[in-house]
Design a protein around this ligand. Structure first.
Ligand code: AMP
Length: 284
């Protein structure tokens, strides 16, 4: 595995590889890697000639400075895990490499409705920050395939839209990998490292609520299910941002279901300081 810290050096290296006909797959991460990240890295390794993983905790996507400050860092362990996954390249840039002209936003990404709802509504500016970093990373890495986790359902939609906005639809293909879970159902997440033992025991309730929705959507109205699951999470000690049932393709909220429309249920809730998100596709 080759470790790059400099953007230009990496770009030159990857341009050489592309000239030799090598297909490149790319997995952007913020580190504190778990098996969900490694699934992306291993899939990327299998499907491409060169697999590149980046670790960069992107300051511009944190709307909450406390969340940024407390974001877990496990760099040595991460480097070993990526090497073990067989990836050829690790990109470990500094803030200056990613934002050579400063972190102030110079370009607005017109995401429209997608950033007014759910994560966009509760984390103002978050998706603009995601677009800033992914735009820059795509410019540096120029991958053929980009590996993303369904765990961040709305983020996958935002990044697909970004690829379109950048006119790169024929250059970069987004590959969405399934959400990996702990044995009790909790979606793997770097932020789980911040849960204390009591919070960790309560945390799978989010997945249970989503599963309840999946089981009961044929017999109960979406609006009633959302209210019931929000209340059940509040009772267990969560501060709920949302429990939503939405169109799987547009994320428009659904209150009445015709039994045919493809749906996704999504939730975001805090356990004390730690914010957790999860989703399930309800393809019945
Ligand atoms: P992050 O480091 O949180 O920015 O995540 C990097 C990538 O890993 C994103 O595409 C995430 O959606 C994906 N990811 C995070 N958690 C999981 C998981 N539990 N299963 C699969 N992919 C995940």
């Amino acid at each position: 595995m080759i470790l790059f810290k400099n953007a230009d050096t990496l770009r030159n290296y990857l341009e050489e590889q592309a000239k030799n006909g090598k297909k490149a797959g790319f997995v952007p991460t913020m580190g504190a890697l778990h098996k969900g990240h490694l699934l992306l890295a291993e899939t990327c390794k299998k499907e491409n000639d060169i697999s590149i993983v980046s670790i960069f905790v992107n300051p511009t996507q944190f709307n909450d400075p406390g969340d940024f400050k407390n974001y877990p860092v496990t760099l040595e362990k991460d480097i070993m895990a990526i090497e073990q996954a067989g990836c050829e390249v690790l990109f470990l840039p500094s803030v200056e490499e990613i934002y050579p002209n400063g972190m102030e936003q110079k370009k607005i990404y017109p995401l429209g409705y997608l950033e007014e709802i759910l994560e966009g509504k509760f984390r103002p500016g978050h998706f603009q920050g995601v677009c800033m970093v992914v735009d820059r990373l795509l410019e540096i890495v120029g991958p053929d395939r980009l590996y993303l986790g369904q765990k961040d359902y709305q983020q996958c939609m935002v990044i697909k839209k970004l690829i379109e906005l950048l006119g790169k639809r024929n250059e970069v293909h987004a590959v969405i990998c399934p959400t990996l879970r702990e044995p009790d159902g909790l979606a793997m997440s770097s932020r789980n490292l911040r849960l204390n033992p009591t919070e960790r025991k309560i945390a799978p309730a989010i997945y249970n609520a989503l599963q309840y929705i999946r089981s009961n959507i044929p017999v109960e109205k979406p609006a009633a299910l959302k209210t019931a699951m929000t209340e059940s999470l509040i009772k267990k000690g969560f501060r709920v941002d949302y429990v939503e049932i939405a169109d799987a393709a547009t994320l428009e909220p659904v209150n009445e279901w015709d039994g045919k429309q493809q749906l996704v249920t999504l939730a975001a809730a805090f356990l004390n300081e730690v914010r957790l998100i999860d989703n399930l596709v309800l393809n019945i």
